[in-house]
Design a protein around this ligand. Structure first.
Ligand SMILES: *Cc1c(COP(=O)(O)O)cnc(C)c1O
Length: 386
C-alpha cells in the first residue's frame, strides 16, 4: 500500500470494500451515537463529534494524498484554518502571506487579533523579508502559494528551513494547487490546510476543510480542537468528498492543461495588457513554479487560476455580461469555469489601500478554469473580450 502512486491511493485508501456487506462505495454512517458493549467498552466509535466512520475514511484518504500521516476534517476551510490558529497561545506572533484568502484575513483581523495574537503580513516572495521578520517569538509562519488572488509564490522549502532554525511551525494553505499539484509536507511544511470546497470537492456542491500533518503529537492537539470546538463536517459531506477525491487527478490534470492553453492564448492573441499565470514564462516566478509545483509524476503544473486586467470598469462589466460558458461566481477548483472580481467579491473585506498596494484593482478578473473543452472556453472569452 505504501508504494501506491497518487491515483491509486486516491481511489483505494479509505475505500476498502465494506467488511460486512462488500459494498464497494463506502457506507455513509449517519449515526450520531454508537452502542457500547459495556461501560467504557466501545468498538472504536462513541459519538460522532469525536469520531465518525465515514469521516475517518475521508481523513485517511486525504492524509495519504498529501504525504501526511493523519488528518482532521472540518465543516469548512475556515473552520480548518481556525483550528490551526487555536494551536497558538496569547502573545504569540505569526508571519502571514500578504495576500491571503479574504476570509483568512477577516478571521485574523476581526477575531484573532482580539486574542492577543499578533500578525505581520509579508511579501513572502522575498526570503530576505522572511529572514528579517522572523524572531524567536514568531511561533507560526502561515503561507499560501500561489496566493489568492495575485498568484505570488513562496519558496516553501527555503521558508521551511528558516522555520526549523527558529523552532516555528510552517503552515501552508494548499487550496490553490490541491495535493495533485503541490505537496508541501514533502517540501518541509509541518501542516497543510485545504478548503476541500475547492479542488478536492471539485463539483461546487460541498463546503469543507481539512488539516493534515506528519506530526502525530501536533495532530493530537488538532483532533482535540476538532472534537472540543466541534466544527465537524456531517457524514454525507465526508462521503461526497471521499467520492470526489477518486477523480481529483483526472480533474486537476485537465483543469491545469486547459488553464495553460487559455493563459497562452490570452497572452498572445488578445489585446490584454496584463495576464497573470505562473505557467507563462514571463511570470516573475515561473522558475520557482516549475520546480515547486509538480504533479505526482514530477511534471511542472501551474494551477487553474488566471488573472486578467480589463483596465476599465465599463469593459469589466461588459465582459462579465457577455460570458456564456463561464459563470460569475466566487470559488474555484470546480469542474465548471467561473469568473469573479476579487476586489468586490472574495476580497471585499480587505481594506482598499491594502488591495491597491498588492496590485489588486477593481478591474482585475479572476478566472477559475474547469474541465470543459478549452476551445469552447476560448470562444467564450474571445466573444466577451471583443
Ligand atoms: C475558499 C478558501 C478558503 C476558505 O474555505 P471555505 O471552505 O470557504 O471555508 C481558505 N483558503 C483558500 C485559499 C480558499 O480559496
Amino acid at each position: 500500500m505504501k508504494n501506491w502512486k497518487f491515483s491509486t491511493k486516491s481511489i483505494h485508501i479509505g475505500n476498502e470494500p465494506d467488511k460486512e456487506t462488500g459494498a464497494v462505495s463506502a457506507p455513509i454512517h449517519l449515526s450520531s451515537t454508537f452502542a457500547q458493549d459495556e461501560v467504557g467498552e466501545d468498538r472504536g466509535f462513541d459519538y460522532s463529534r469525536a469520531i465518525n466512520p465515514t469521516r475517518q475514511k475521508l481523513e485517511e484518504n486525504l492524509a495519504a494524498l498529501e504525504s501526511g500521516k493523519t488528518s482532521a476534517a472540518f465543516a469548512s476551510g475556515m473552520a480548518a484554518t481556525t483550528a490551526v490558529f487555536q494551536l497558538l497561545n496569547s502573545g504569540d506572533k505569526v508571519l502571514m502571506s500578504r495576500n491571503v484568502y479574504g476570509g483568512t484575513y477577516r478571521l485574523v483581523e476581526t477575531l484573532l487579533k482580539k486574542q492577543d495574537l499578533s500578525f505581520n503580513y509579508l511579501d513572502m516572495r522575498s526570503l530576505d523579508k522572511v529572514k528579517e521578520a522572523i524572531s524567536d517569538d514568531v511561533k507560526m509562519v502561515f503561507i499560501e502559494s500561489p496566493t489568492n488572488p495575485m498568484l505570488e509564490l513562496a519558496d516553501i522549502k527555503a521558508i521551511s528551513e528558516i522555520c526549523i532554525r527558529h523552532n516555528c511551525l510552517l503552515v501552508v494553505d494548499n487550496t490553490f494547487m490541491s495535493p495533485y499539484g503541490q505537496r508541501p509536507i514533502e517540501l518541509g511544511a509541518h501542516v497543510v490546510v485545504h478548503s476541500t470546497t475547492k479542488f478536492i470537492g471539485g463539483h461546487s456542491d460541498v463546503v469543507g476543510g481539512i488539516v493534515i500533518s506528519n506530526d502525530l503529537i501536533l495532530m493530537d492537539r488538532i483532533k482535540h480542537i476538532q472534537k472540543t470546538a466541534g466544527a465537524v463536517p456531517g457524514p454525507f459531506d465526508c462521503w461526497l468528498l471521499l467520492r470526489s477525491s477518486k477523480t481529483l487527478s483526472l480533474r486537476a490534470a485537465k483543469q491545469f492543461d486547459n488553464a495553460l492553453i487559455i493563459a497562452k492564448w490570452l497572452d498572445s492573441k488578445t489585446d490584454l495588457k496584463n495576464v497573470i499565470y505562473p505557467g507563462l514564462t514571463d511570470h516573475p516566478q515561473y522558475r520557482l513554479a516549475s520546480e515547486q509545483q509538480l504533479n505526482p509524476d514530477g511534471e511542472p503544473v501551474y494551477g487553474s487560476i488566471i488573472l486578467i486586467d480589463l483596465e476599465t470598469i465599463q469593459r469589466r462589466d461588459k465582459f462579465l455580461s457577455l460570458l456564456n460558458v463561464f459563470t460569475l461566481a466566487e470559488s474555484l477548483g470546480g469542474v465548471e469555469s467561473l469568473a469573479s472580481n476579487p476586489f468586490h467579491m472574495t476580497h471585499g473585506s480587505v481594506p482598499e489601500k491594502d488591495k491597491i498596494e498588492m496590485g489588486l484593482t477593481e478591474t482585475i478578473i479572476r478566472l477559475s478554469i474547469g474541465i470543459e473543452d478549452s476551445s469552447d472556453l476560448i470562444n467564450d472569452l474571445d466573444n466577451a473580450l471583443k
